[in-house]
Design a protein around this ligand. Structure first.
Ligand code: NG6
Ligand code: CA
Length: 517
């Protein structure tokens, strides 16, 4: 009896072993892997999302995500501007290690080396169908770009099976869509040329032909080529058949995203859906115009919310919502006047995009990189609110952990438990960046080293957090950073400075100029 039992058990172990081998133990079965969707807004503040209860706009669709998921109120992008935040989101590396990870022009060469692994690469190796729709702003090509030829070093070389993007921002030329490697709708008879150095002979600009500015006028910068009645940054000639209409951009991005998502299959998808709202120029579809009572910025946020709603509806209709992990966030904090006369300041009224935080886009203060952040995944995440310190940087290692993969030691941390709402603490520390300067979060403390430079970005009217003496805030009692504790806290300050120095030097530091004063 004993012998037969033993034989039975050893046979059982053998059969399980063979079974596991046949199934491939190293991969979760496809149907267990969630779809992964990042919805990334551009310059959206915590106060702009009604679920945060700080502003006056209504964003019912984003709120649905918040009500059905975990809403984080201590969550960050790595940076106070776009390119560096996106760099960190996709690579899991702090952007300030790469000296080129600054706001890029529309003709900048690819910032990411194809050897550098992205979240899309990671998910592709795990059998995901991968796509990016929307704003790229991470550079394209190898430096000598011909927009009329297939584009090399684009998202399709960085782990994305499908890409439908704008090169940089809505206020930078070229104002065309790029689908996979081609500018969409380009005619060989009218080649597209782009320069950020000088204008093309005979082409009008906002300065030479102000009568062309029929839709918006520039306040600062934004006075070069004009398209669709709106002046932009950079010079452009030709490509007329390919130029986008700002008013339909939201509709176009939604359509492309829905086509990419498609219907349920055995293959999971990863979509990085990078919307353009409410970045300048704010030109929503006429059906949103006047609806917020706050001018184009408010209307653009209503359009953003509609875009989110369309995606949710589609996922629901196709039975995909339950097992899709959605991360909703923004690349940096809000700004009102970012270079156009668009009534953002005049019509904001009692609405507070900043959610009572100090600073905003471009700033080392909380308003720079503290952003709305919601994780929605009905199959695994119970609704709630979390104060865990989380950062977009951690997506890479956390998704790797979700798929049971090992990642090399890097800036990105496995914060999966925090992202799923289980761990209420999250990170211990975080280094934040604004225009190449760094700030440090450690537990409840915000530390900003001493910097020389302008304290206020005058045109956008935002405090940059730059001061010739160090700053220290306790965010528990002072989330608005009004009370600088540095003077009376020499010991704590020294501790934070050395911890920050250690965090900055932790892994390979590529940018050698990076020294804290
Ligand atoms: C600034 C632009 C601003 C915006 C920003 C990038 C001027 C004067 N200002 O240089 O309008 O385009 O770059 O924004 O040109 S971001 O969200 O993509 O980082
Ligand atoms: Ca931005």
């Amino acid at each position: 009896m004993r012998i037969t039992l033993r034989l039975f058990f050893s046979m059982k172990v053998l059969w399980i072993g063979i079974g596991l081998l046949l199934c491939g133990v190293r991969q979760l079965p496809a149907q267990n892997k969630p779809n992964i969707l990042i919805i990334y807004a551009d310059d959206l503040g915590i106060g702009d999302v009604s679920a945060y209860g700080k502003g006056k706009l209504a964003t019912p669709n984003i709120d649905k995500l918040a009500q059905g998921g975990v809403r984080f109120n201590n969550a960050y992008a790595t940076s106070a501007t776009c390119t560096p935040s996106r760099y960190a989101l996709l690579t899991g590396q702090y952007p300030w290690r790469n000296p080129r990870a600054k706001i890029l022009t529309g003709d900048a060469p690819a910032l990411l080396d194809t050897a550098q692994k992205t979240v899309a690469d990671l998910l592709k190796t795990q059998g995901y169908r991968t796509g990016v729709v929307g704003k790229w702003h991470l550079g394209l090509g190898n430096g000598s770009m011909d927009w009329n030829q297939p584009i090399q070093q684009n998202p399709n070389d960085l782990g994305f099976d499908y890409s439908f993007i704008m090169a940089a921002t809505t206020d930078r030329v070229p104002t065309v869509y790029i689908e996979n490697r081609r500018v969409l709708g380009l005619s060989a008879q009218d080649p597209l040329q782009v320069s950020y150095e000088k204008n093309f002979p005979g082409e009008p600009t906002a300065l030479t032909s102000p009568e062309l500015l029929t839709k918006q006028k520039w306040h600062h910068g934004h006075n070069q080529s004009v398209h669709n009645g709106i002046p932009r940054i950079g010079f452009m000639r030709g490509g007329k058949s390919a130029l986008w209409q700002d008013e339909t951009m939201g509709d176009v991005f939604v359509e492309k995203a829905l086509n990419f998502i498609g219907t349920a299959t055995t293959q999971p998808f990863f979509l990085y859906f990078a919307l353009h709202q409410p970045h300048v120029p704010r030109v929503p579809h006429p059906r949103f115009v006047g609806k917020s009572g706050m001018g184009p910025r408010g209307d653009a946020i209503l359009e953003l919310d509609w875009c989110v709603g369309e995606i949710l509806k589609h996922l629901q209709n196709k039975g995909l919502l339950e097992n899709t992990l959605i991360l909703f966030s923004s690349d940096n904090g809000p700004v009102l006047n970012d270079g156009y006369y668009d009534d953002a300041v005049e019509k904001v009224g009692a609405h507070d995009p900043f959610g009572a935080l100090r600073g905003g886009k471009y700033s080392l203060f909380e308003g720079g990189a503290k952003v709305p952040f919601i994780v929605h995944w009905p199959a695994r995440v119970r609704p709630g609110v979390s104060a865990a310190l989380v950062c977009q940087l951690d997506l890479y290692a956390s998704l790797a952990a979700l798929l049971k993969l090992k990642t090399p030691l890097m800036d990105s941390q496995n914060q999966l438990a925090a992202l799923l709402g289980k761990d209420k603490k999250g990170r211990k520390e975080l280094v934040l960046e604004a225009s190449g300067r760094l700030a440090y979060r450690s537990g409840p403390y915000a530390f900003i080293p001493a910097y020389q430079g302008m304290a206020v970005h005058k045109e956008v009217n935002i405090e940059l957090g730059v001061s010739p003496s160090a700053q220290l805030y306790d965010l528990r009692s002072d989330p608005g950073q009004k009370n600088n504790l540095a003077a009376g806290s020499a010991q704590l300050l020294a501790k934070l400075r050395s911890a920050m120095q250690k965090a900055v030097g932790a892994y390979q530091t590529i940018n050698e100029d990076l020294q804290l004063k």
